[in-house]
Design a protein around this ligand. Structure first.
Ligand SMILES: NC(=O)c1ccc[n+]([C@@H]2O[C@H](COP(=O)([O-])OP(=O)(O)OC[C@H]3O[C@@H](n4cnc5c(N)ncnc54)[C@H](O)[C@@H]3O)[C@@H](O)[C@H]2O)c1
Ligand SMILES: [Zn+2]
Length: 299
C-alpha cells in the first residue's frame, strides 16, 4: 500500500454483522493489499467492532487490530475480550472467533453525540456489569441518570468489571466468563425475534428485557430475592428502557434457541443471579425459559 492511509466507512447497526458486509470489508483489504505488517483501526459501536474484529482476525490468518469504541455498549463491554462475530440466518453471533484487540482506546467524548436511545440501551449492559460485580456498584448505577453518559470514575469501574471477568477465563473454557452472558440468552432471542418482526431493538434494549426475564427465573428457582428483581425492574421502568416484547411463536422460539451457544448436548446452561456479585451456572429445561418469557409477555 502506498502513501495514503485508506479509510473505509460503513454505516448501519446490527445488519453490519453479516456475510455480505464481511465480504465488502475483505474486498477492501484485497484492493489495498492489506498485509500482516499493518494494523486495522476500528472506530465504531459494538456492531462495527464485532464485524471488523472478525474480518481482521481471519484475513491472512490474522491482522492485528486496535478498537476505538464510540458507543456506551462498546466502551464498557464489546471492545474487550475478543469476541468477534457475525449473525447467520437470524441467529446472533453464530460465526466468529476469539481475537482480542491489540489495544483499546477509549475516548468518552464520543458518547456526547450518541442518540439518547443508544445511550440508554448502553446502560442496560452497565446494569448487567454492576449486578455481576457488587451491591455497591449496582447502587452507583441505580443512582445514575441513564439520559447522560456515566461519569469518568463510573465508566472506568464498569470497564474494569468486564476486564476482570474476561481475564479469569479468556476463551470461556473454564466457565468463569460465562457469567457475562447474564440476561443474554433471553436477550439474544428477543433481539432476533424483534429483527424478524421488522421492528429491531437495540442490543441493550433486548438485554434489559432479557435481564428482567432471567432474574425472574432466578427468583422462581428460589435463588434470588424478589426485592432485587423489583429494584432492577423499577429502574428500567423509570428510564423507559423496557420496550414491548416482539411477537413470537413457539416454533420460531425453538428454532432460534436451538442455535444458542449456551446449549450443550441438548441442555441449556444459564448464569443465574443469586445476589450482586454472586452468580450460579445452572442447567435448566428450555421450557422454563420459554414459560418465563411468555409470562413476561402477558404482563
Ligand atoms: N463482542 C462483544 O463482546 C459484545 C459485547 C456487547 C455487545 N456486542 C454487540 O454489539 C452490538 C451492539 O452495539 P452498540 O449498542 O454499540 O450499537 P451499534 O454498534 O449497532 O451502533 C448503534 C448506532 O449508533 C451509531 N453510533 C455509534 N457511535 C456513535 C456516536 N459516538 N455518536 C452517534 N452515533 C453513533 C451507529 O452508527 C449506529 O447507528 C450487538 O450486535 C451486540 O451483540 C458485542
Ligand atoms: Zn451484550
Amino acid at each position: 500500500m502506498s502513501g495514503e492511509l485508506p479509510i473505509f466507512t460503513l454505516g448501519g447497526e446490527e445488519a453490519l454483522k453479516s456475510l455480505p458486509k464481511a465480504r465488502w470489508v475483505w474486498k477492501k483489504f484485497w484492493q489495498y493489499g492489506v498485509d500482516r505488517g499493518q494494523q486495522v483501526l476500528l472506530i465504531g459501536g459494538g456492531s462495527l467492532l464485532d464485524l471488523g474484529g472478525f474480518c481482521a482476525a481471519v484475513w491472512k490468518r490474522g491482522l492485528p487490530y486496535i478498537s476505538l469504541p464510540t458507543t456506551l455498549v462498546a466502551q464498557i463491554d464489546a471492545a474487550y475480550g475478543g469476541k468477534t462475530g457475525l449473525n447467520f440466518r437470524g441467529g446472533k453471533n453464530l460465526i466468529g472467533v476469539y481475537a482480542p484487540a491489540a489495544e483499546v482506546w477509549v475516548w468518552p467524548g464520543f458518547l456526547q453525540t450518541l442518540p439518547l436511545r443508544d445511550l440508554r440501551a448502553g446502560w442496560a449492559e452497565a446494569v448487567k456489569q454492576a449486578l455481576l460485580d457488587s451491591a455497591e456498584l449496582w447502587q452507583a448505577v441505580q443512582a445514575a441518570p441513564f439520559s447522560k453518559p456515566p461519569d469518568l470514575a463510573l465508566l472506568d469501574r464498569l470497564i474494569r468489571v468486564k476486564l476482570r471477568w474476561v481475564e479469569k477465563d479468556p476463551y470461556e473454557r473454564e466457565g468463569a466468563r460465562f457469567a457475562l452472558n447474564l440476561g443474554h440468552t433471553a436477550g439474544h432471542l428477543i433481539e432476533s425475534l424483534a429483527q424478524k418482526a421488522g421492528e429491531p431493538l437495540r442490543h441493550g434494549e433486548a438485554v434489559a428485557l432479557g435481564l428482567i426475564q432471567e432474574l425472574s427465573l432466578s427468583c422462581q428457582r428460589g435463588l434470588l430475592p424478589e426485592s432485587l428483581l423489583a429494584e432492577v425492574w423499577t429502574k428500567f421502568r423509570e428510564e423507559a428502557l423496557l420496550r414491548p416484547m416482539p411477537p413470537f411463536s413457539r416454533r420460531l422460539w425453538e428454532t432460534l434457541l436451538r442455535q444458542d451457544k449456551k446449549i450443550r448436548a441438548g441442555r441449556l446452561y444459564l448464569p443465574l443471579l443469586v445476589a450482586p456479585g454472586q452468580v450460579r451456572i445452572e442447567a435448566i429445561e428450555p421450557e422454563a425459559l420459554y414459560r418465563v418469557m411468555r409470562a413476561y409477555t402477558a404482563t
